[in-house]
Write a protein that binds this ligand. Structure first.
Ligand code: NAP
Ligand code: GLV
Ligand code: GLV
Length: 336
């Protein structure tokens, strides 16, 4: 008998088929996520679970899953999973790093450009007839933005995505790049000419700040009232990491009262964002619905990575994207 896997949303058919060669597959086929109660019910009888970042995989859920051996997350971030609890229970946790780096870095750049050149505001200006109404095709001061060349790009979290954003900034746009991270990356400093700064110094110096840290206890509200006040009044903040890395209330104040010039946001403390949220009333913000990895290339490759993790585990091998390496001491991979 094949082990059972519950997949919390429809992935790509070819990948589901691949997984089906090894697993008895149960796919949640609705657009909306399975409610927590459904997850709780499903995990009671499955050997494996494929989760999305919107599925809350907490300790209570894991403790109620007597046969569960692996949680294969369809995302690189895994802050929705209680990994320590999984490790204690001998449950393997995997993610999908690398394959979405390019797409997410490109989205960060789309936001940087959209904010610095007021693309969304300009689009609305044309679409809603304002350009036509003012009867002026071109004016020296119409929709002025800022140029990026020679400006300072500050990267918070120089990991896979942060590094790619840094590279595009440095090589593509001719920006000076500074970064803050828990660990210094001397190789990137040599290769890309990026310079390390402590966080307060980075915030004081950067014209564009782009956030790429995972959400952890240490990074929750890393950007708050105090740190926002260190930024230049002309600076742009871009967040494609996790909403809770930024204190939203403080950000709204900063944008409204001109502590910073603008923001580009892909992620929010509460998703989906309520259309009545104060952020949506601000002109100097570009907001998109958590689409960092939303390209055909990345999303398909993420599904492939999930399949590879599940199949390796099935074969008794260590899955390529194991998050909790110490689980190996608890239990060998596989279902035997
Ligand atoms: P990564 O390679 O692990 O990079 C994260 C970097 O942040 C690492 O260099 C890490 O250092 C560093 N870091 C960790 N804690 C820190 C702290 N407290 N202060 C400063 N730096 C810290 O991950 P990635 O693949 O680039 O992805 C980054 C995050 O982006 C993910 O965790 C996810 O939440 C988010 N993401 C969002 C989207 C989207 O759709 N918007 C798409 C993909 C990813 P160490 O390695 O030394 O810990
Ligand atoms: C997306 O947000 C991810 O973490 O992969
Ligand atoms: C602008 O369109 C220019 O020709 O300068």
């Amino acid at each position: 008998m094949k082990p059972k896997v519950f997949i919390t949303r429809e992935l790509f058919d070819d990948v589901i088929e691949k997984i089906s060669q090894y697993y008895d597959v149960d796919v949640w086929d609705r657009y909306q996520q399975p409610p927590y109660e459904v997850l709780l019910h499903k995990v009671r009888e499955v050997d494996a679970l494929v989760s999305l970042l919107t599925d809350r995989i907490d300790c209570h859920l894991l403790q109620n899953a007597p046969k569960l051996r692996i949680v294969a997350q369809y995302a690189v971030g895994f802050d929705n999973i209680d990994v320590d609890c999984a490790t204690k229970l001998g449950i393997y946790v995997t993610n999908t790093p690398g394959v979405l780096t390019e797409s997410t870095a490109e989205l960060a750049w789309a936001l940087i450009l959209a904010v610095s050149r007021r693309i969304v505001e300009s689009d609305v200006f044309v679409r809603w007839g304002e350009w036509y109404r003012v009867k002026t095709a071109w004016h020296p001061k119409m929709m002025l933005g800022v140029e990026l060349k020679g400006k300072v790009l500050g990267i918070i979290g120089l990991g896979r995505i942060g590094r790619r954003v840094a590279e595009i900034g440095s090589r593509g746009f001719g920006m000076k790049v500074i970064y803050y991270d828990v660990t210094r990356n001397y190789e990137a400093e040599r290769e890309l000419g990026v310079e390390f700064r402590e966080l307060p110094e980075l915030l004081k110096e950067a014209d564009v700040v782009s956030i790429h840290v995972p959400l952890t206890q240490e990074t929750r509200h890393l950007i708050n009232e105090e740190t926002l006040k260190l930024m230049k009044r002309s600076a742009i903040l871009v967040n494609t990491s996790r909403g809770a890395v930024v204190d939203t209330e403080a950000l709204v104040k900063a944008l409204r009262d001109g502590w910073i010039a603008g923001a580009g946001l892909d992620v929010f403390e509460e998703e989906p964002l309520n259309p009545n949220h104060p952020l949506t009333a601000l002109k100097n913000v570009v907001i998109v619905p958590h689409i960092g990895s939303a390209t055909y290339e990345a999303r398909h490759a993420m599904a492939e990575a999930v399949a590879n993790n599940l199949i390796s585990f099935y074969k008794g091998q260590i899955p390529p994207n194991l998050v909790n390496a110490s689980v190996i001491n608890q239990r060998a991979p596989g279902f035997r």
